[in-house]
Design a protein around this ligand. Structure first.
Ligand code: SF4
Ligand code: SF4
Length: 99
C-alpha cells in the first residue's frame, strides 16, 4: 500500500503534508509533490494536513484520479525529497485557500 498525491495538488503545493511526514516520503517538483511508495509507511498523517484534500490512500483514490497512483510510484523517486513546509505556490489553477 502507499498514499497518493492527486491532481488537486498541482499548482497549489502547500507542502503542509511534507512537514508532517515522519519518513520523508514526499518528493518535490516545480508545481506539485509526489509520494514515494517505497518510503511511505501509510501512517495517514499527511491526509488531514492538505488544505485541498489532494492526498488519498491508494485503496481509496477517487475514480477520476486513479491513474495518479502509478504516476506517484513511477515519478516520485526521480525528484528531490522535501521534508519541510515552504511558501505555497498557489498558481493560477489552484482553487484552494490563498496563503
Ligand atoms: S499539502 Fe496538499 S496541496 Fe500541499 S503539497 Fe501536500 S498534497 Fe500538495
Ligand atoms: S501516509 Fe504517512 S508516511 Fe505516507 S506520505 Fe503520508 S505522512 Fe508520509
Amino acid at each position: 500500500m502507499t498514499y497518493v498525491v492527486t491532481e488537486l495538488c498541482v499548482d497549489c503545493k502547500y507542502t503542509d503534508c511534507a512537514a508532517v511526514c515522519p519518513v520523508e516520503a514526499f518528493h518535490e517538483l516545480t508545481d506539485r509533490l509526489y509520494i514515494n511508495a517505497e518510503t511511505c509507511i501509510d501512517c495517514d498523517a499527511c491526509v488531514p494536513e492538505c488544505p485541498v484534500e489532494a492526498i488519498f490512500p491508494d485503496t481509496a483514490v477517487p475514480e477520476e484520479y486513479e491513474h495518479w497512483t502509478a504516476i506517484n510510484i513511477e515519478e516520485a523517486p526521480k525528484y528531490p525529497i522535501i521534508s519541510m513546509k515552504i511558501p505555497a505556490l498557489h498558481g493560477p489553477t489552484c482553487t484552494g485557500p490563498a496563503e
